[in-house]
Design a protein around this ligand. Structure first.
Ligand code: ADP
Ligand code: ASP
Ligand code: MG
Length: 455
C-alpha cells in the first residue's frame, strides 16, 4: 500500500515563536514516522503580516501593491525556513519552498490573487527523495516563466487556500488545517462562551460562515474544497483532539436549521441622505466604487418622499476612507444633502442551509435581539442566512443571545457522541472520520486508521 499523502497547514499562532515551531516540528515528525508523505503549508509567525503592513503604512500612505506583496510574502518565507530547520534538528529530512518554487501560479492580481494553476512536479520530486516539503503559504507567482514572474499574495487568510489547492493538486489523502481552536464551532468561541464544536459541517454552511466573518477558514479555501471535493479537517495544533470535518453534508430534517452564528467587525456604514429619486443615481454611486475595487454589501434604499430618498450600504472598514474619497465629488455633483459614515458597526448573522424553507426564523432572530436590547440598523437575507447590522459594542450580547435563542449549545441528535474528547473512545471513528490518527502519539498502524481519501 502506498504511503498516505497528507497536507498539513499551520496558522500564524501555531508557529508564533521558536517554541511553537519546535512543537509543530515534533507533530510533523510524528506523522512522518507513521509513514505519511507530507506537504506542510505555513502561515507567517504570529502577527507578522499585520506588522509588515504597519511598517509599510509607516513609510507611505499608499504602498505600491507590487512591493507590498513581495514584502508580505517574506513572512511566510521566514516560518517555512524555520519549520524546515526545526525538522532537520529532529533528524527529519525536509526542504522549504516558496510559493513559486512549489509551482503555484496565480492570476497576477496583487494583494488578492487567485490561484491559476499548480504544477506539483517539484513537490513530488522532493517527496520522492524522502523529504518533508514545507511550502510558504499565502503566495504564488504570476507566471512560471522567470522573466514574467511577479510575487503575488492570496489575500488575508490565504494560507488556507494554499493548503486546500495543494491537497487537490496532489490528490492528497487528507487535508488538515491546524489552528488555535479545536475545530469549527457554532459561533466564534472567543465571542460566545458556550459555542459548541461541530463534528461535521457542510461546504455550503462553512462557506457562508466564512463569508460572514468567521475567519477560521478563508472563503476561497472552502470554495476550492467544495469544487474539488477535498474533505478539510480543522483541528487544534495545541492539543490532540478530534477536529471538525468540512465535507458534503446532506441536510437532515431533524437537525437544527440554524448551524451557526457568524459576526464581522470589519464593516462600516455609508449613508447618502436625500438622494434624488431618479434613474441612474444608483449607478452613479456604485459604478465608481466598483471601479476602485471597493466591495459593497447590504444596500438599503427607502421609498422616495418628495423626489428624494436615503440610501445606506456597508463597505469593509479598511476601505471606508477610500469610499469617502470616491463619493465626495458625486455627492456634490448630484446634489445629495449629505453623506454620513459610521465605522463602529458590526454584522451578526444566523446561518443554516435549512433556513430557506423554515418560516419564523427572521422573527425569532429580531425578537432575540430586541430582548437583548440590541437595535437593528440594517437587515439582509439570503437562502442560507439572515444578517443584521448593529452597534459594534453590542456584538457579544447579540451573538450570545442568538446562540441561546436558536439552542445552538444543544447537540443535534445526529451529532451526539461524535465529539467525545478521547479519539480512542469513539467506537466508530473509521466511519465518522472525525478521529485524528496522526494526532495520537502512540498509534502504530496508520494504514488501519486512515479515513476516507480527500480527493
Ligand atoms: P490561523 O492563524 O490558524 O489561520 P485564524 O485566526 O485565521 O487562525 O482563525 C482561527 C480563529 O477563528 C479562532 O481563534 C476563532 O477566534 C475564530 N473563529 C471565528 N469563528 C469561528 C468558528 N465558528 N469556529 C471556530 N473559530 C472561529
Ligand atoms: N499570513 C497571512 C495573513 O495573516 C496569511 C495567513 O495567515 O493565512 O493573512
Ligand atoms: Mg487564518
Amino acid at each position: 500500500m502506498p504511503h498516505p499523502l497528507v497536507v498539513m497547514k499551520f496558522g500564524g499562532s501555531s508557529v508564533a515563536n521558536a517554541d511553537r515551531i519546535r512543537r509543530v516540528a515534533r507533530r510533523i515528525a510524528r506523522a512522518r514516522a507513521d509513514g505519511a508523505d507530507l506537504c506542510i503549508v505555513v502561515s507567517a509567525m504570529g502577527d507578522t503580516t499585520d506588522e509588515l503592513l504597519a511598517l509599510a503604512a509607516a513609510i507611505t500612505e499608499e504602498p505600491d501593491p507590487r512591493e507590498l506583496d513581495v514584502l508580505l510574502a517574506t513572512g511566510e518565507h521566514q516560518s517555512a525556513t524555520l519549520v524546515s530547520m526545526a525538522l532537520h534538528a529532529l533528524g527529519v529530512a525536509a526542504i522549504s519552498l516558496t510559493g513559486a518554487q512549489a509551482g503555484i501560479t496565480t492570476d497576477g492580481t496583487y494583494g488578492r490573487a487567485r490561484i491559476a494553476g499548480i504544477d506539483p512536479a517539484r513537490i513530488r520530486a522532493e517527496m520522492a527523495a524522502g523529504r518533508v516539503v514545507i511550502v510558504a503559504g499565502f503566495q504564488g507567482t504570476s507566471a512560471a516563466a522567470m522573466e514574467l514572474a511577479e510575487t503575488t499574495t492570496l489575500g488575508r487568510g490565504g494560507s488556507d487556500t494554499t493548503a486546500v489547492a495543494l491537497a487537490a493538486a496532489l490528490r492528497a489523502d487528507r487535508c488538515q488545517i491546524y489552528t488555535d481552536v479545536k475545530g469549527i464551532y457554532t459561533a466564534d468561541p472567543r465571542v460566545v462562551p458556550d459555542a459548541r464544536q461541530l463534528p461535521v459541517i457542510g461546504y455550503e454552511e462553512m462557506l457562508e460562515l466564512a463569508h460572514q466573518g468567521a475567519q477560521v477558514m478563508q472563503v476561497r479555501a472552502v470554495e476550492l474544497g467544495w469544487v474539488n471535493n477535498v474533505v478539510i479537517e480543522v483541528l487544534s495544533s495545541f492539543e490532540d483532539a478530534p477536529g471538525t470535518l468540512i465535507r458534503e453534508d446532506p441536510l437532515v430534517e431533524q437537525r437544527n436549521k440554524v448551524r451557526g452564528i457568524a459576526h464581522d467587525r470589519n464593516v462600516a456604514k455609508v449613508t447618502l441622505v436625500a438622494v434624488p429619486d431618479r434613474p441612474g443615481v444608483a449607478r452613479a454611486v456604485f459604478a465608481p466604487l466598483a471601479e476602485q475595487g471597493i466591495s459593497v454589501d447590504m444596500i438599503v434604499q427607502n421609498v422616495g418622499h418628495g423626489g428624494a430618498t436615503d440610501m445606506s450600504f456597508t463597505v469593509p472598514r479598511g476601505e471606508l476612507a477610500k469610499a469617502k474619497r470616491v463619493l465626495e465629488p458625486i455627492v456634490r455633483e448630484l446634489g445629495f444633502r449629505e453623506m454620513t459614515t459610521d465605522a463602529s458597526i458590526a454584522k451578526v448573522s444566523i446561518i443554516g442551509a435549512g433556513l430557506h424553507n423554515a418560516p419564523g426564523y427572521a422573527a425569532r432572530m429580531f425578537g432575540a435581539l430586541a430582548d437583548a436590547g440590541v437595535n437593528i440598523e440594517m437587515i439582509s437575507t439570503s437562502e442560507v442566512r439572515i444578517t443584521c447590522t448593529i452597534a459594534e459594542d453590542q456584538l457579544e450580547a447579540a451573538a450570545t443571545a442568538l446562540h441561546a435563542a436558536f439552542a445552538l449549545a444543544v447537540p443535534d441528535q445526529i451529532d451526539t457522541g461524535v465529539t467525545t474528547p478521547d479519539p480512542l473512545a469513539v467506537p466508530d471513528q473509521l466511519d465518522t472520520g472525525v478521529a485524528d490518527p496522526l494526532a495520537v502519539p502512540d498509534q502504530l498502524d496508520t494504514d488501519v486508521a486512515t479515513p476516507e481519501p480527500a480527493g
